[in-house]
Structures are given as structure tokens and as C-alpha cells.
Design a protein around this ligand. Structure first.
Ligand SMILES: *[C@@H]1O[C@H](CO)[C@@H](O)[C@H](O)[C@H]1NC(C)=O
Ligand SMILES: *[C@@H]1O[C@H](CO)[C@@H](O)[C@H](O)[C@H]1NC(C)=O
Ligand SMILES: *[C@@H]1O[C@H](CO)[C@@H](O)[C@H](O)[C@H]1NC(C)=O
Length: 216
């Protein structure tokens, strides 16, 4: 009776195949587009003496504080009170908007007496965003490039071999080249979605001090 091959014969093959699969550092792996959580961001502080104030950790405000800040695509957001990092906002009893598309908004005027703090004002909040890596492969361009090439309407009259001995005249205007060249300029994909910087207060550009005065 044929006996099953000993297990020691099977093992090497298994090891080899595992190695060939896992040894994928140089092959064609698609980029890892999982989002990455930022550090806790806190650029705005509530003014408890101003009923019309609040805490505004919005993308706009973050950009105002750091113009090089980039979150190409926020996929998730986490919001917490600085003082109570482990208490959910619900349990804090504050009315806070924590929105992955805009950031955090807390209006003092929305708060009521009876929350975790005696005054009906916003706590200081901080947010963390889960941002997709800022590489083109991970950021879908807004204009989906139509990969379907237009049907080439060039009648292939060339395929027939010339029968007559006279060399055919080169007819340059034979092919109406209407290849709609889809070479789009690389749209600056790094522009954040909410790039609307409203006229902030005092965002004066620093005047260059190149005109150094030399003693004559
Ligand atoms: C500004 O944002 C950039 C990009 O996210 C970051 O590397 C840098 O540390 C930030 N600077 C400050 C002062 O937060
Ligand atoms: C956002 O992150 C939290 C964990 O911090 C997770 O529980 C939740 O499912 C995530 N939401 C989405 C839409 O990925
Ligand atoms: C905060 O106040 C502004 C202006 O009154 C209002 O437009 C916005 O909806 C309020 N946000 C929240 C979360 O209540």
C-alpha cells in the first residue's frame, strides 16, 4: 500500500512558498493608504468671559496657526477635553460638534448650566485626525481620468499593400489626429479640501529685512 509521504518532505515546500510570498518588499505592493492619527491638536482656547466665543479646533484655524499643516484627507476624527481626556464628550454634558470634515466647534452660547463644569462655557478641547498619507496613490483626484481611449476612427487604408509600382505620395493630412491629449497638468492635489482662509486678523506677511543699511 502506498504510504503518505513523511511530513518532513512536505515541510520544505511549505517554507519555500511562505518565503516567496512574504518576501514582497521589492515587488509591486500597492502603497499603504491607511490613515495615520495626528498628535493632539489644540490651537484654540475658549474665552469664558465671552458668551459669543468658544473653542474652535477647525481645519481653518489649524491652518492659520500652521500654514504647512497638511491633512490631505481626513478619514476619522477624535475629540476630547484637555482636562478630561478619558471622559466622552457626551458624559461631559457639553454640546460640541466633532466633524471629520471641519474639525471641532464648541459654542459657549450652546452650553447650559449643569455640566461637568459649573459655568456654562466650553471646556478646552483638542482633536486628533486620522489623515490619509499625502501621496497621489492614496488621494483620489477630483477629476477621474477617463481612461477609455476614444475609438480611433483612423481608417486603416495603409494595411493594403500597394499594388501599383508607383510609390504612394505621402499624404500628411490623411490621419486626422484628434487624440484628445489627456495630459492634464498635475492638479495640485496637496490643496486641502477646506482651503478657505477667511480674512484672519493680522496675518501680515513679515516684511523682508534684506535692505540692510551699510554705513557709507
Ligand atoms: C506644522 O505642520 C507640519 C506638517 O504637518 C508639522 O510637521 C509641523 O510640526 C507643524 N508645526 C507646528 C509648529 O505645529
Ligand atoms: C474612528 O476611530 C474610532 C477609534 O478611534 C473607531 O472606533 C471608529 O470606528 C472609526 N470610524 C471610522 C469611520 O473609521
Ligand atoms: C456655533 O455658532 C455658530 C454661529 O452662531 C453657528 O453657526 C453654529 O451652528 C454653532 N455650532 C454649533 C455646533 O452649535
Amino acid at each position: 500500500t502506498p504510504r503518505a509521504p513523511p511530513a518532513s518532505v512536505l515541510v520544505p515546500r511549505l517554507v519555500v512558498s511562505l518565503l516567496s510570498v512574504s518576501n514582497c518588499s521589492s515587488c509591486c505592493c500597492p502603497p499603504d493608504c491607511d490613515c495615520i492619527w495626528t498628535d493632539w491638536i489644540d490651537v484654540s482656547y475658549p474665552d469664558s468671559s465671552d458668551r459669543n466665543s468658544g473653542d474652535y479646533e477647525t481645519f481653518e484655524n489649524i491652518l492659520k496657526h500652521n500654514s504647512s499643516w497638511v491633512c490631505a484627507k481626513a478619514e476619522n476624527i477624535s475629540c476630547r477635553a484637555e482636562q478630561f481626556p478619558d471622559v466622552s464628550i457626551e458624559d461631559l454634558g457639553q454640546k460640541v460638534e466633532c466633524n471629520v470634515n471641519t474639525g471641532l466647534i464648541c459654542n459657549n452660547s450652546d452650553q447650559v448650566i449643569g455640566g461637568i463644569v459649573p459655568m456654562p462655557v466650553c471646556l478646552n478641547y483638542e482633536i486628533s485626525l486620522c489623515c490619509v498619507p499625502d501621496i497621489p496613490e492614496c488621494i483620489p483626484s477630483t477629476t477621474p481620468s477617463t481612461t477609455t481611449t476614444p475609438p480611433s476612427s483612423t481608417m486603416s487604408t495603409v494595411s493594403r499593400p500597394p499594388v501599383s509600382t508607383t510609390a504612394p505620395m505621402p499624404t500628411p493630412s490623411e490621419f486626422p489626429i484628434r487624440t484628445t491629449s489627456t495630459t492634464m497638468p498635475p492638479s495640485s492635489t496637496t490643496s486641502s479640501t477646506t482651503g478657505t482662509m477667511t480674512t484672519g486678523t493680522g496675518t501680515t506677511a513679515p516684511t523682508p529685512t534684506t535692505a540692510s543699511t551699510f554705513p557709507t
